[in-house]
Design a binder for this molecule. Structure first.
Ligand code: HEM
Length: 182
């Protein structure tokens, strides 16, 4: 993944647990890099190892860390040069979620090696949807839960709930369905 992701993981973990714990996590994950260059690509194993090591060091479940990371990502991208891109993606929650693929296509214009997820929305009345998340990467459904909750906060949808319905693998895609209501 692009360094922007690892940089954000570093940001969240230092904010929540402090610099010393971050140094311990990096050491346990076997990560040599002093800094992550946002526009440079790193092997996905670095990201997974950081999350695994963070879970061991902090004793927080990896799924809970991924969810917290998803929430944090919405704030982090807004503060790291992507505010305008976020603004363009939609003026309300449902419009924004329907534009996530378009948003990642724009991101891919700057990051040509991007391997983005894709999202499909099937609306259920005015305030509900079945959200299908398709990814080349395994295990990131908890991050999507955090991302959607973070977007709910961004758009002031205080009653938002999200539930993972199922996850399956089809060829080299991981596909998860969520029931989202707000
Ligand atoms: C302007 C804001 C955003 C930027 C710059 C951005 C950029 C990125 C980048 C760089 C990656 C790593 C993929 C790679 O390096 O191959 C990624 C992955 C991902 N993004 Fe975004 N993103 C943004 C907003 C969002 C939002 C709002 C969501 C909400 C659902 C989202 C969902 C995801 C997910 C789930 C992944 C995991 C990758 C996977 O499943 O393979 N992103 N994004």
């Amino acid at each position: 993944m692009y360094g922007l992701v690892n940089h954000a993981i570093q940001g969240l973990l230092t904010k929540e647990f402090g610099e010393d714990k971050w140094a311990e996590i990096k050491e346990k994950a076997g990560v040599q890099e002093e800094i992550f260059v946002s526009m440079q690509q790193y092997d996905d194993s670095i990201t997974y190892n950081l999350v695994g090591a963070a879970s061991e060091v902090t004793k927080v479940d990896a799924a809970d860390l991924l969810e917290a990371f998803g929430r944090y990502w919405v704030l982090f991208t807004a503060e790291h040069g992507y505010a305008e891109m976020l603004d363009m993606a939609g003026g309300n929650f449902v419009e924004f979620v329907e534009n996530l693929n378009q948003l990642h296509i724009r991101v891919g214009g700057m990051m040509p090696g991007l391997v983005p997820p894709s999202f499909d929305v099937e609306r259920k009345g005015d305030k509900g949807m079945i959200l299908t998340y398709t990814s080349k990467r395994a295990g990131l459904a908890p991050m999507v839960i955090g991302l959607i909750k973070g977007l709910g906060e961004k758009f002031d949808e205080q009653d938002l709930t999200i539930e993972l319905l199922n996850t399956k693998q089809e060829e080299d895609n991981w596909i998860s369905e969520f029931d989202v209501n707000w």
